[in-house]
Design a protein around this ligand. Sequence first.
Ligand code: PLP
Length: 384
Amino acid sequence: MTQRPMHIETKLIHAGEPKPRIEGAVTLPIFQSSTFQYAGQDHYDKLKYIRMNNTPNHLALHQKLAALENADDALVTASGMAAITTTFLALLSPGDHFLVQDCLYGGTLDFMNSDFKTLGVSFDFVNGNEPDTWARQLKPNTRVIYVETITNPLMAVADLKAVVAFARNHGLISMIDNTFASPVNFRPAELGFDLSLHSCTKYLNGHSDIVAGAVIGRKDFVHKIAHKLIHLGGSLDPHACFLLHRGLKTLAVRMKHQNESALTIAKFLSDHPAVETVNYPGLNTCIGYHLAQELLDGFSGMLSFEIKGDVSTADAFIARTHLPISAPSLGGVETLITRPVTTSHSGLSPAERKAAGISDRLIRLSVGLESTEDLINDFDQALI
Ligand code: PLP
């Protein structure tokens, strides 16, 4: 009998779980052991050791994450930044060049701006929604094109199909940071991306209690990145593996609520007379709305907006809200509110922020699992 492909809700619970279950344990226990008894391994990489990313906690996560995105393989890392930096360091060499979307998570941008010069690697920005302009930036040594599924903090959706086609036509590795969408809303391997990167600190764990990352995609690349990770040492601790594994099981129900709640809140804000602009890929006023409708199964719990006035108006609004916690990060059960200029994008210079279109008064919201009505009531009283 041919087995039907499982839905993501089912994979979140069952994919990668050890068979048979260890001592019958329904939940995979934490293997808090740095080293494991030698079993005749013929290669250093095969020794069982936490830094080799091969404890039972790591292996179960690798299988589950690969299954979620219908990809060949996966690797967990000590943070989202460890996933991004290790991937670049594994796949690029001095003299290489890459193309990168012009609006990115601030930490990624800061890494590129500050670290690549000394490594002898160069890059150029591309506008994700203008594929006709990308070829102009190509060089004989261009190796990679890198984008985010939904950009942070302006929530733009690039022409992701064009990214894959462009990479194939020009022999580039296509990489995407899929943190904001999560595998529930987008599975890059299905479209043909070579590698998908995640900050699992966000939706995948979902409870704001660990930092973790993941690389998901083509086996040959994941293998190379795993080898580099062993050298750089950015391995995920088994206890954090356990918490990520536990968080993943509820990803689909959390994401469904967050998709719906953020869309309702985005509509409320865009109809409010005190609000000037709302960035959310589920609104037809946003760049990439049509692409988002075509490519994504949901638009995530992330939105950003500007209210009429200046920075002090934005800060006064944030101070008047009762439910959202003013904190960086995103994707947890609690609603978080922040001005990216003071948090996620504070590492950029004012000129870089201006070039990326990030104003000082921009407010970013990560919608949690509270009642949508309670959140809207709170925003309503704070928007005077
Ligand atoms: N990618 C995106 C889109 C992010 O928003 C972040 C962090 O905010 C990262 C990567 C880095 O993740 P981490 O903080 O887990 O290193």
